[in-house]
Design a protein around this ligand. Structure first.
Ligand SMILES: N[C@@H](CCC(=O)NCCCC(=O)O)C(=O)O
Length: 277
């Protein structure tokens, strides 16, 4: 392969679907960085796809980046979606935010829905999808009467933080039930925010014992038919954590990878070579 070939041709050379992984923005000392957790990159590989970490893209870059994608993995993050995106003020200013990530992912999610681009949204990513499509979040689930504290014990060993924390009831008839069967599963839990108002049209896929929605799927925009193999799923827990050891995680990742491969085959019959400047 000619190393000077344009990206579109190089991408065509790979049969692995390309999955975009939006980075978080972090100040390390005097310098800003774009960062992504290794376990998310490993999860994309376990799905049989090629991870492509994307920096905080500017609006004019989004279309070009989306054109490279056969899938999207929206990761978790200690930062919260800024409450201004669901018309609220910040309740706890001590909690981290990442406005540059919000500014990239919210329009990215809306465009991905329009394209039918497969995505798996995890924790913060799950919350971003709900907000991007018109929903709202509780900023502190643990303060709600009758709700569990869904946060991890940050003083505990990491295996305990990401260990199984509570059951979920998988609702019959949805994507998750198709993959896992309806009924109870056990998941980990590392979040202080949660779904307050589900975005219009999203389908509830699973709930925690306190009623909190912890998984949803995203149907096509109103009036459009769902393409075969549509996979736009958000989960509040962390299936990427030691995924190889968790059959539920591997089922989700394999299904996500299959959907990305199908999307690639459907949309990249021919890879147009973009004119180079
Ligand atoms: N900040 C949000 C989302 C929490 C979240 O994504 N936690 C995981 C962070 C570390 C990791 O990526 O595993 C909330 O508190 O609800």
């Amino acid at each position: 392969m000619n190393a000077a070939a344009p990206a579109s041709v190089l991408l065509a050379a790979s049969d692995r679907p390309v999955v975009l992984v939006p980075a978080c923005n972090r100040q390390l000392g005097d310098h800003p960085f774009h960062i992504c957790g290794q376990k998310y990159i490993d999860a994309v590989r376990l799905a049989g796809a090629l991870p492509l970490v994307m920096p905080a893209a500017t609006p004019d870059e989004l279309a070009d980046l989306l054109a490279l994608a056969d899938g999207l993995l929206l990761t978790g993050s200690p930062s919260n979606v800024h409450p201004r995106h669901f018309d609220e003020g910040v309740l706890n200013p001590e909690l981290p935010l990442d406005p540059r990530r919000d500014e990239m992912t919210l329009p990215l999610i809306r465009a991905a829905r329009e394209r039918g681009l497969p995505f798996l949204a995890i924790c913060r990513g799950f919350q971003e999808v709900n907000v991007a499509l018109g929903g709202a979040l509780h900023q502190a689930v643990q303060d709600l009467p009758g709700h569990l504290d869904h946060r991890e014990d940050k003083d505990a060993p990491v295996d305990v933080q990401y260990g199984l924390a509570h059951p979920l009831q998988v609702e019959a008839g949805g994507l998750l039930a198709t993959l896992l069967g309806a009924g109870e599963i056990q998941v980990n839990s590392l979040h202080g925010q949660g779904v307050k108002r589900l975005a219009p049209g999203l389908r509830v896929e699973a709930r925690a014992p306190d009623g909190l929605i912890e998984a949803f799927s995203v149907p096509p925009p109103e009036g459009e038919a769902a393409e075969a193999g549509r996979f736009q799923l958000g989960v509040q827990w962390h299936p990427e954590w030691k995924a190889r050891e968790n059959p539920i995680s591997m089922t989700l990742l394999r299904a996500f990878g299959d959907a990305c491969r199908s999307f690639r085959e459907r949309t990249r019959a021919t890879v147009p070579e973009r004119p180079r400047p």
